[in-house]
Ligand binder design. Structure first.
Ligand SMILES: C[S@@+](CC[C@H](N)C(=O)[O-])C[C@H]1O[C@@H](n2cnc3c(N)ncnc32)[C@H](O)[C@@H]1O
Length: 281
């Protein structure tokens, strides 16, 4: 593994999303509140060994890593990010500065490799999935969770559609994000030969005061200056969207969190083909 300096590490750090200004931690907290319940429910149903080694890749502000340490007190939990500043105060977690695009881990290092809301933002996403599989021990699990904005791109509401399209364009142009890629996750894991693959989704609504609504509003607010600067939206659009969201009669599905997981097969060395693995529950 070659830890990479923060400077020039990826488009994410220099984009509006990764801009380490004061609002970033607050925005990540809204993301965690919206998505932690699904992520935790996925971990709860994985068969893990007594002392699992767990990697949270691109761990952000670390709420999931902190939960993992409490949930599995005998686990070794590693949390990585290109910017580890928000992870430094978390007790019991092994924090590593690591660029998922360029840095590796030795083969078979972990019982679980997890990444949430990371790969949709990295153009090298499919290569990272392939490399992350090699970091998992045979019988261990790869868990990938990402956000799809497809619901708001295909909504009948023209204003929400316009705001979503502007956000997707900004993300594509500024860092090569693909905000529909999450929908392909179940297929991606199946096609890579992972066993027992499955997925769950969480529907994120806006206009209902939910955790997803708060996350959506915080992200839109953080993106606003860049959206205006690139003329993707006008201030009138943003004001109209704020009014719509505040309208008691309005609520709409804006995003989906797709959580997909699968088990890394053991290699039958004679035939170099994947072998079915059975875990004791
Ligand atoms: C949207 S946040 C998600 C954080 C966390 N996974 C969560 O779901 O709460 C994306 C995180 O990925 C990190 N990141 C961006 N590019 C990265 C890269 N190339 N390697 C590792 N982490 C990266 C960012 O610094 C940020 O903390």
């Amino acid at each position: 593994m070659t830890p990479t300096d923060l400077a020039g590490a990826s488009g994410y750090t220099s984009s509006y999303l990764g801009d380490p200004h004061a609002g970033q931690l607050a925005r990540l907290r809204t993301l965690e509140s919206a998505f932690d319940p699904l992520s935790q429910s996925v971990f709860e149903q994985l068969a893990l060994p007594a002392r699992p080694a767990i990697l949270d890749l691109g761990a952000g502000a670390g709420s999931l890593a902190a939960w993992l340490v409490k949930r599995y007190p005998d686990a070794r939990v590693t949390a990585t990010d290109i910017d580890t500043r928000l992870l430094m105060d978390l007790p019991g977690i092994h924090v590593v500065t690591h660029n998922a695009v360029t840095d590796d881990f030795p083969a078979g290092s972990f019982d679980v490799v997890h990444a949430r809301a990371l790969l949709c933002h990295l153009p090298e996403r499919e290569d990272i999935v392939t490399r992350a599989i090699t970091w998992v021990r045979p019988g261990g699990w790869l868990v990938i969770e990402d956000v799809s904005l497809q619901p708001s791109l295909s909504t009948a509401n023209p204003l929400l559609r316009k705001v979503a399209q502007a956000g997707v364009t900004l993300l594509e142009q500024s860092m090569g994000s693909d905000m529909r890629w999450a929908d392909t996750l179940p297929r991606q894991l199946r096609e890579r030969g992972l066993l027992n693959s499955a997925h769950r989704t969480l529907e994120g609504r806006i206009g209902d005061g939910s955790a997803a609504d708060t996350f959506w509003a915080a992200t839109t607010a953080q993106a606003a200056p860049a959206l205006l600067k690139r003329k993707l939206l006008t201030q009138q659009d943003l004001d109209a969207m704020a009014d719509l969201r505040a309208d008691p009669g309005f609520t709409e599905t804006a995003l989906t969190l797709v959580s997909a997981w699968g088990q890394v097969p053991a290699l039958d060395r004679k035939h170099a083909a994947p072998k079915e693995i059975h875990h004791e529950p």
